[in-house]
Ligand binder design. Structure first.
Ligand code: HGY
Ligand code: MN
Ligand code: MN
Length: 420
């Protein structure tokens, strides 16, 4: 764990108490894990529910009215002074990837809390309610489908998503029934009338800010993302007696497919393709693999290019499998198209960023975020905070205290300027 040394503190947080508490909370959430020795919180896991309960405690401490839904998303409501009922939603996600860093998701929730604390310290009452949401599942580790928490609150958990299955073959619908956090659960539901916007602070998870020597960027949009489960089926046989030309080796066929996808992505600077998981059956060293299954994560800023790339991969995988006497299973799990952030929020956030940092940096997001789902029912804005070497989805993910303080100030400034 990195001892967070607070050197120079930004202006408004000079006493450091709010920033210090935010950093302590990042460390505290960073210790709530399903796996000793690494950080892991997934959909409805024990640690994810514990993290949600911890955030509810902090929100309660700020006088917010707290609740959770059956999927594990938590919410705090800070009522406004009644001038308008249209809330502004702030927050991020509670869950993590496997062996994660402690800032992806958590930073956005904790900075949202800190921004409200900063406004309270400055005696700033807001005209409108603020809803702080900690989404239960943005990474999609358990079901390989992203944004389940925000899809839930945006009313987008349709039959397709409810039918996705986890490793054990359980559907999301079954898991909600059997493992849901039902005691005291409320239904969170937002539509285009309930809120005037969703604002999320998140680490950049890229290198642009670090290379520019800047702390803050405002996000222009979120790249489209396709998640697939690909299976390649061959024929198990004896590793010692089967001649190479008679083999129908599922693993080598799948490997050729993965390398084809990588090759295609290397041809174009804005396309990325990743096989993050790879399983082989039966999985004995002296048996030619019968079945190989891998996940494919493919992303691009333009939907048309993403769709064309997926079609090229599917066609090439089919050809590879035919040539090798293998059977291809091409199974899209979830395709989210690119999302633009709201022009008005971008303009306001750039002004806020300039007032805090003197810079106006606009940046597209290669990573996915809950704003993809929230954008279906409300305007979306995002604040990026620099992270060291752009490293993320890794235990060494790191953000400097000063940059956290600036992020909190930009968010607080935005909320303040939304007052009439
Ligand atoms: O995968 C992503 O882009 C995000 O971290 N969920
Ligand atoms: Mn994230
Ligand atoms: Mn992530």
């Amino acid at each position: 764990m990195h001892a967070m040394v607070i050197q120079h503190l930004p202006g408004k947080l000079m006493d450091g108490e709010i920033l210090r508490r935010a950093i302590e909370r990042i460390d505290e959430l960073g210790r709530i894990s399903d796996m000793p020795g690494e950080l892991r919180r997934t959909f409805l896991s024990k640690a994810n529910l514990a993290a949600g309960a911890c955030v509810m405690k902090w929100m309660g401490g700020l006088g917010m009215e707290v609740a959770h839904d059956a999927g594990g998303t938590v919410r705090g409501i800070l009522p406004g002074n009644g001038h308008t009922s249209r809330a502004i939603i702030i927050g991020s996600h509670l869950d993590t990837v496997i062996d994660a860093g402690k800032y992806d998701g958590a930073l956005g929730i904790i900075c949202a809390l800190a921004a409200l604390e900063l406004l309270r310290k400055e005696g700033c009452k807001l005209d409108y309610p603020v809803h702080l949401l900690g989404f239960s599942d943005e990474e999609g580790v358990r079901f390989q489908s992203a944004y389940l928490g925000s899809a839930g609150v945006a009313g987008l958990l349709g039959p397709d998503l409810l039918a996705v299955r986890d490793e054990a073959g359980k559907t999301l619908a079954e898991v909600l029934l059997t493992e849901g956090w039902k005691a005291g659960a409320e239904v969170f539901s937002y539509d285009e009338f309930s809120s005037s916007g969703y604002l999320e602070l998140h680490i950049e998870q890229g290198r642009v800010l670090e290379e520019a020597g800047e702390a803050i960027a405002i996000v222009s949009g979120i790249r489209g993302q396709a998640r697939l489960r690909v299976t390649v089926e061959g024929l198990a046989d004896h590793a010692g007696t089967t001649p190479m030309n008679l083999r129908r080796d599922a693993l080598t066929g799948a490997a050729e497919c993965v390398l084809m996808a990588e090759g295609l992505a290397r041809e174009s600077s804005a396309l990325v393709a990743t096989a993050g998981t790879f399983k082989v059956r039966p999985g004995a060293s002296n048996v030619i693999p019968q079945l190989a299954e891998f996940t494919l994560d493919v992303r691009h800023m333009e939907d048309g290019f993403l769709n064309d790339s997926l079609e090229r991969m599917r066609r090439n995988f089919t050809a590879i499998c035919e040539r090798r006497g293998l059977r291809l299973g091409w199974n899209p799990v979830q395709i989210n198209h690119a999302v633009n952030c709201d022009e008005r929020m971008i303009a306001e956030l750039l002004d806020c960023a300039e007032s805090v940092t003197g810079k106006r940096r606009l940046l597209g997001s290669g990573a996915g975020h809950d704003g993809v789902m929230m954008s279906k029912v409300m305007p979306v804005g995002m604040i990026f905070v620099r992270c060291r070497a752009g490293l993320s989805h890794h235990p060494d993910e790191h953000v400097e205290a000063d940059d956290i303080g600036k992020g909190i100030e930009v968010m607080a400034e935005f909320l303040k300027r939304r007052n009439a």
